[in-house]
Design a protein. Sequence first.
Length: 711
Amino acid sequence: MGGRHALTQVHTVKGVCPHDCPDTCGMVVTVDSATGRAVDLRGDKDHPFTRGFLCQKVNNYLDRVYHPDRLLHPLKRVGRKGEGRFERISWDEAIRTIADRFRTIAASEEGPQAILPYSYAGTMGKLMYGSLDRRFFHRLGASLLDRTICATAGAVGCDVTLGTRAMIDPEAAVNAKFIVNWGSNTSVTNIHFWKIEHEARKRGAKIVTIDPYRSPTAAKSDWWIATRPGTDGALALGVMHVIFREGWQDDEFLSRYCVGVSELRQRVLTEYPVAKVAQITGLSVEEIERFAREYARAKELFGGPALIRVNYGLQRHGGGGMAVRTIVCLPALTGDWRHAGAGALLSTSKAYPFDDHYLTRPDLIPRGTRTINMVQLAEALHGELPGGPVRALYVYNSNPAAVNPDQSRVLSGLAREDLFTVVHDQFQTDTADYADIVLPATTQLEHFDIHNSYGHLYVQANNPAIRPLGEAKPNTEVFRLLGRAMGFEPELFEESDEQIAARSLGAPGAETPEGIASALRGITLDAARAGPVRLNLPRDWAPFANGEFPTPSGKCELYSEREARAGRDPLPHYVPPHEDPQTKPELAAKYPLQMLTPPAPSFLNSTFVNVDTLRKSAGERTLEIHPIDAAARGIDHGQMVTVFNARGRFRAKALVADSVKPGVVVTLGLWWRKFTDDGANCNTTTSTATTDFGGGATFFDNLVEVAAVGV
């Protein structure tokens, strides 16, 4: 081996990027065999989907692993909550302290439901995301956490129409000729799929991006359609109106594989004329008519079918679930579900029939255990939810002090002296500053895991490349220690991580399209450890080409009998945002600007903010504002501004540009508070209101005002 490793004996280890991204990239880690130190990390060129390149963030992953601020030993708090003052303790003391407090709370009048686990997707591995942690808290009888903060609105919306996620074989998308990134900044958040879109464009495809913000993807697309925030569902209904009005629908697909066609046709033709949709969305009638024509007639105009890459940004408002439910009806109207690489793609996660029941053991949950929506952590910490206050909080794979809505109230809840908080993390995050006990966590290079993906069809194992630094431990090992300390049944925790991973493969494919039940058949742990293994699905797989929707009717449910029985509208319809100038004029009179908070390309939510090179790459906190709105407020380009509403405020530098529509502002997140000049990030202004379906977060449903600093 040449280059800087020429005089060093090295070996390579195959791993997987663990972060919350659909690409789930293959990695190759080069390790100095003498020292055991990782000296290089690159993409796995043999990975059929990710093909050897990584994003800017993970290219710098060794800066994270060997960061001078890595937590290496357990700590206990010695200062006030929020000060971040701690002293080193042993693992024995840490585990004993946690177990003693948990036992005391469980034996109290409030019982174990006063204990709340809090985690999300800091790592997406099947073991570290959800396995022995779930078994431990289920056996303890702790409150259940509804992990809704990212994807549930869209997931439930898809389920209403399709019975599962909107999914395709992503590699087959090179066949699509009209590609719509709907609420998806694909070139930043799904870079390997963007490469596929780019290859499709070389073959004649047109790329359209629908987004209130001229994101990097919108700027690189053939057409940017700038809707008002939260009005995507209305646009989809307007497109349906044009399709039915012009007779462009695929009647054969609709009659064979769908229910509710006549009811949907009647609704959109009578209730969603294009002029009304234009008024809602802020688009012109001509834009809507043109988009409907090009989408519905893509085969004739561009030589092939259409694909909608529907993503999570558009669901983060009050009507987000219904918006996704409505959009994924469109490929049924056009018949695009027939074609490989066409239709709609939200997530491929449901293509993987891992045995999640075995991993998490939901049968251990005591009857009547309450569920707390993670979006409403502020309410939970202030005792405002049914079932009494939270007395203990165990945080892992998350940083709620930075990522949760209504940040000020989350922080005041974390500051409660009677709240016992444990944080298991790689770094002293904003949340860890409020902990009573801090536990050091391993990085992906230091533990084993097995991965599915929500953006491709490959099973991968992550092989540990180096020994854990300091006394860091993975999630699974910590919960083994806690299980023993609590005296729980050994059989719940005694299997090794490799044994658990091997047994999780090959579960029945309940509620999935025909053929997925066998998708893991024959895939072994040894094979996955050697490299990515494709699911047992045909090349150019098109799951709904012949119907086979896993809904109660077995068809695409344009009309949902389940929704009707639940007392809800069974047909797609427009649900406006909670905070919208058209529907809440009194609120908009005080706070007239709709604010979006997409992730900065240098960060992944709050992950990587503390890596110096990436924080420098992100630059200063900015607020993009249209020249009309800036002029009305006397704001100049580059001027510091305050963004505020009744919930909170933060500062940023104004970027005056036409990258946003008038009435819309954009700030990129998510900064740690300790790296800001005012101790706040954009979530000080966001609300804990939830979506119509799935109880999801509404980060992009947020009215604010902006003023020059000092005004």
